[in-house]
Write a protein that binds this ligand. Sequence first.
Ligand SMILES: Nc1ncnc2c1ncn2[C@@H]1O[C@H](COP(=O)(O)OP(=O)(O)O)[C@@H](O)[C@H]1O
Ligand SMILES: [Mg+2]
Length: 304
Amino acid sequence: MSASYLHIDHVTMNFPTPSGEFCALKNVNFVINKGEYISIIGHSGCGKSTVLNIIAGLLDASQGGIFLENKQISGPGPERAVVFQHHSLMPWLSVYENVAIAVRQVFKRKKTKAEMHEWIIHNLELVHMDHAMDKLPSEISGGMKQRVGIARALAMEPKVLLMDEPFGALDALTRSHMQESLMDIQEKLNNTIVMITHDVDEAVLLSDKIIMMSNGPSANIGEVVEIDLPRPRNRVRLASNPTYNEYRQRVLSFLYERQSNPLSAPEKEESEDLVETVAETIKETPEATNVTELKSISDSGKAA
Ligand SMILES: Nc1ncnc2c1ncn2[C@@H]1O[C@H](COP(=O)(O)OP(=O)(O)O)[C@@H](O)[C@H]1O
Ligand SMILES: [Mg+2]
């Protein structure tokens, strides 16, 4: 038995498909300590969400298992809260009610009504959303919805917070605000966090450890980088920090030199063809200003 907090213990995942079994993960093994912020990074389709969904208990591993404080977990549970890329708020409930529904479920026997109310407000304050607690999800921005999703997850007081590309759908500026907020929250609460990302800067800025995955099928852990940078971290100051840049370089070279982007051959050919036609069209039609325009000109040329 290991003394680690969370152990992803030699997990293999085979999916049944019409053309036979597809081995997405093969023997994935790593440990996470309490209070650690872990990022899992890898190219699209390598199996990051599969790992996270197995930890969340939404998928059952074909072999191996997940141990939390040395107990094997099975199925989902409130001690492992999940935040997805696209918010999963109930559209007919207010911001307050979206958090309340989780709080009531977890604390119905442990907190009084007044305590639950206080706890809901406290978690909304933590993500700076208390001012909008009576609004519906349709009345707030994408970044605000993700904040509510994070508040809801934190309000469950999970042992592990699991996040699958939580800021992937946000614009760059909102994303950087969310990263700052998450660093502040992490400093206050010292949560154990597993976050999936494909953003190298996000991974280095936020993490204590980056787990880099090889491409599938049969994906595995390629390399683990420990990020030994003092906290609180400041993105502007880090930009000129040589250690920060070394970490960044290490992740980049793993992703782009050792694991090239896994576009399949036909897709690659198709994209090379597109580059060629666009290049030709640029020569022929200097008035077009963007790729979509060029593509539609070249397509209409082909059709004619
Ligand atoms: N339910 C499923 N059935 C069959 N194949 C799946 C299923 N879920 C995921 N896969 C495959 O497993 C691989 C990993 O998927 P995923 O974990 O979603 O990747 P990532 O999150 O890194 O983009 C992909 O090739 C994907 O097509
Ligand atoms: Mg994914």
